[in-house]
Design a protein around this ligand. Structure first.
Ligand SMILES: [Fe+2]
Length: 286
């Protein structure tokens, strides 16, 4: 019988280059600090934190070190998958990984096996798992078929019913699910992010979920137009393992108020880029 384990899954931090910068009415750095404070209050304390990707708003120009430093005080292992806004090269540097690190890997914790996939597709909002990675995944699941397994990736390999967001999912989701059947009994769940909304489903017999964003949220309404924002609070998921069962709970935390001067600066920036309409370069992207 396996012992208990608590995993925090948080994603879509979208940290900008400057800690003072706001993004679509929220302060990503303030939200992340509030998330870490909320994690610290959880009882029992987590055994693992998994960052689900889009850690930075612009992976080329921001630092991953600031992200990793924020989690040091929690004194739990922190692992990450990368999203479409991230930079694999930048992450390699901060995580002290060499150039050979492909962005995907696996590890064991308390006899549970964790698979971390790399689904970012250069220059695209949708995701893809390259053939080489799918072969690796098949071999890794085969090698660990006697263990309970949790799979993490940024792009969901399933639909949610929100039309415009479903176009941004894992493009070759079928290739992923073709691998799963021999191992579906020991895969406890597939956990994604990217949609900036919480969603849980059973897909091809496997529990699958996305976590809400730490930054801004998208609307989960089926007919919502592209990039429709929601005023739901930010949050993260708690995944509790006990014996052979898994419980998933979403924790919402208060969104720190954005100072009036920062809101005014963002409004001014938007207006001067494209007067009279929302600027394309500041439209929310998943
Ligand atoms: Fe995102």
């Amino acid at each position: 019988m396996l012992g208990r384990m608590r995993i925090v899954h948080l994603a879509d931090l979208h940290l900008p280059g400057s800690p003072n910068k706001t993004l679509h009415g929220v302060s990503p750095y303030a939200n992340l600090a509030a998330a870490v404070a909320a994690i610290r209050k959880q009882v029992p304390a987590p055994d693992l934190v998994v960052l689900g990707g889009d850690l930075l708003e612009d992976g080329e120009h921001s630092s991953y070190q600031a992200v990793l430093d924020l989690f040091k005080d929690l004194q739990v292992p922190v692992h990450a998958v990368l999203g479409n806004h991230d930079s694999l090269a930048g992450f390699r540097k901060a995580a002290q990984r060499g150039p050979e690190f492909p962005g995907y890997y696996s590890f064991d914790l308390k006899s549970v096996h964790f698979v971390m996939l790399y689904s970012a597709c250069a220059g695209k909002e949708f995701g893809r798992l390259e053939e080489k990675q799918l072969l690796w995944l098949n071999e890794d699941l085969h090698r660990n078929s006697q263990k309970q397994v949790l799979v993490f990736l940024h792009h969901p390999p399933f639909d949610t019913g929100v039309g415009w967001l479903d176009k941004l999912k894992l493009a070759n989701a079928d290739g992923f699910w073709e691998i799963i059947p021999p191992y579906s009994r020991n895969i406890l769940g597939v956990f994604a992010a990217h949609l900036h909304l919480q969603h849980t489903c059973l897909h091809r017999g496997v529990m699958a979920a996305t976590c809400p964003a730490v930054s801004f949220q998208f609307s989960g309404a089926a007919d919502s137009p592209r990039a429709a924002l929601s005023d739901e609070p930010p949050g993260f998921n708690l995944i509790d393992l006990a014996g052979g069962s898994l419980a998933l709970r979403t924790v919402r935390f208060c969104q720190p108020k954005v100072p009036a001067e920062a809101q005014a600066a963002e409004a001014h920036r938007a207006e001067t880029h494209h007067p009279g309409r929302p600027p394309a370069d500041t439209a929310p992207q998943a």
